[in-house]
Design a protein around this ligand. Structure first.
Ligand code: ZN
Length: 140
């Protein structure tokens, strides 16, 4: 069923909203690609252009959110480990607290020492099963 507005106007050009596929009347400015912003009867705002961008964001963010979540978790776990055990730990300690040395933000080898950078902390391997945790302020 056509709304009153749709009866009044022509739709020969066949333009459609890029978000909801509703027809866009011929007389509406040709640069307009979405329905006009509209207040619905329930008071909510219909804004196809914003909705489309929100959807694109929701679709594109998850992989980045997962990385961010991982690094927040690593940061919290390292903090916990320092508070409970101290800043010199073994691989068993690191494992017990779920710290994943294979997933740092950055990794470096200085001489024969491996250094794993996480957000706020770096973990240096001093010996075979001996790691030292230190704070750092590096922004990656
Ligand atoms: Zn629309």
């Amino acid at each position: 069923m056509k709304t009153e507005d749709q009866m009044k106007y022509t739709y020969k050009l066949g333009r459609k909203c890029e978000h909801c596929d509703a027809p866009i009347a011929d007389h509406i400015h040709k640069l307009r690609t979405h329905c006009p912003r509209e207040v619905m009867p329930d008071g909510s705002i219909k804004n196809c252009k914003d909705d489309k961008h929100t959807e694109i964001k929701a679709k594109n963010n998850p992989p980045f959110d997962a990385i961010s979540k991982h690094h927040k978790k690593m940061h919290c776990q390292i903090n916990l480990l320092i508070n409970k055990i101290g800043d010199e730990v073994s691989i068993e300690d690191l494992n017990k607290y779920g710290i994943q040395l294979h997933r740092p933000v950055q990794f470096r080898k200085e001489g024969d020492r491996f250094i794993y950078f996480f957000v706020g902390f770096k973990i240096t391997q001093l010996g075979n099963n001996h790691y030292k945790i230190e704070h750092h302020d590096r922004i990656f």
